[in-house]
Ligand binder design. Sequence first.
Ligand SMILES: CC(C)(COP(=O)(O)OP(=O)(O)OC[C@H]1O[C@@H](n2cnc3c(N)ncnc32)[C@H](O)[C@@H]1OP(=O)(O)O)[C@@H](O)C(=O)NCCC(=O)NCCS
Length: 140
Amino acid sequence: MQVYKKDVADIVMAISNKYDFYTQDILVYLNCWMGNGIIVNNKDEPVRTQVKIIKIEDIIRGFFITDSYDKKILLKYIFIIPEYRREGIFTAIIDDLKGQCEEISIDTCEKPMIHACNKLDFKFLRTCDTGKELCFVWKK
Ligand SMILES: CC(C)(COP(=O)(O)OP(=O)(O)OC[C@H]1O[C@@H](n2cnc3c(N)ncnc32)[C@H](O)[C@@H]1OP(=O)(O)O)[C@@H](O)C(=O)NCCC(=O)NCCS
């Protein structure tokens, strides 16, 4: 079945708005992704962006957005709908991503995510340039 970027973006924005989750940042990101604009990483390298709706048994459980470059994946945003948290969905996504790349990075200031990174073999790398977030990395 054909999946249109606009439909994916509408679902992501509906969730982001409903739960007030990085609404403005995600809107800017999605507009660039839909318009095939070039997104670059902090080294000005063009990255491939993927926007995924998490659907299990036909029920939407959340979404995530990744940037990838040269077998490295940066998990930009992930949101699991509250009633489906703590069921291992994030763990399953990370397991899947680990099979697709050699490095995964996550920048976060959210406590559950920090716990999850520690549990899933990510190493604390440094405090991000913003000074607010912690940068975690997993390497094969
Ligand atoms: C962070 C988030 C993605 C985790 O998703 P999840 O599917 O619930 O995670 P999992 O069920 O795979 O949990 C994996 C581990 O993470 C840790 N964890 C998850 N939620 C936690 C919480 N609320 N408090 C403490 N640790 C938590 C635990 O170590 C957990 O393992 P355990 O359940 O065996 O103890 C989810 O809580 C979420 O969407 N939060 C809101 C959005 C957000 O903060 N996104 C990250 C921004 S960078």
